[in-house]
Design a binder for this molecule. Structure first.
Ligand code: 8X3
Length: 248
């Protein structure tokens, strides 16, 4: 029987998710790449000899189909699917965007975890890594919809660890700060490239997706009695959400 560990990564079509799929594959995992955009994850799965599953974590049927592909045993679940939609003061915030952020960053994470817990348990040495954020640590103006959702990610992680104590399943959160990916800020600002670029303007060396993937792969390769509860990772130029060094 193969001793190769199987990992599921949600939101694997780009950014931190795609980099994590590559990093876990490089560490010897068979990686099931889940995301909405089937063409992207198929190309990634071909590259890393993994499996692509089209999946929207906000859709229960889609998550059930993912669980079917995963089958009876899985070892690592990286709940990475998430994102920020909009940035506005509470006074003018958009309720639909807040709902969408809660749906993907909190409820979606719960739904995938719930669906895969039996397989994580059956593997005898499971690990759930939730991708949180410094937005789950600190408030900042115009960010309340996202920071509230990412505080939710953090608390769901803590609760799951409490609920599973005594079982062979570790529960971790990797919480990045400023990561310059192709899509995070572009999605947040509805495709406005100038606004997205302004987030990183003048910042010497923001994190890149591979930095976060490296941290997740490290968490996933600790001995099975070692639970990394949480790992907050920021670029050297960022001391807090607000406190960013920029060269102007
Ligand atoms: C991303 C960090 O500062 O854009 O999760 O909220 S921030």
């Amino acid at each position: 029987m193969s001793t190769r560990r199987t990992a599921v990564v949600t939101g694997a079509s780009s950014g931190i998710g795609a980099a994590t799929a590559r990093a876990l594959a490089a560490e010897g995992h068979r990686v099931i790449c889940a995301a909405r955009r089937g063409d992207r994850i198929q190309a990634l799965a071909d590259e890393i000899d993994g499996v692509a599953v089209t999946c929207d974590v906000t859709d229960p049927e889609s998550v059930a189909a993912l669980a079917d592909v995963v089958g009876d045993v899985v070892h690592v679940l990286v709940n990475n699917a998430g994102g920020a939609f909009g940035a506005a003061p509470i006074e003018s915030a958009n309720a639909e965007q807040w709902q969408a952020m809660y749906d993907v960053n909190v409820v979606g994470l719960m739904r995938v975890t719930q669906a895969l817990l039996p397989a994580l348990r059956a593997g005898g040495d499971g690990l759930v890594v939730n991708v949180g954020s410094t937005a789950g640590r600190w408030a900042y103006e115009t960010g309340a919809g996202y920071t509230a959702a990412k505080h939710g990610t953090k608390v769901v992680t803590e609760t799951l660890r409490l609920e599973l104590v005594g079982e062979p399943i570790r529960v971790s959160e990797v919480a990045p700060g400023m990561v310059h990916t192709e899509e995070f800020s572009l999605v947040r600002f509805g495709g406005d490239q100038a606004k997205a670029d302004a987030v990183y303007a003048g910042v010497p060396d923001p994190l890149v997706a591979e930095d976060v993937a490296d941290a997740i792969a490290w968490v996933a390769t600790r001995p099975s009695h070692v639970n990394i509860d949480e790992l907050v990772i920021k670029p050297r130029a960022q001391a807090a959400s607000h406190k960013v060094h920029r060269i102007t």
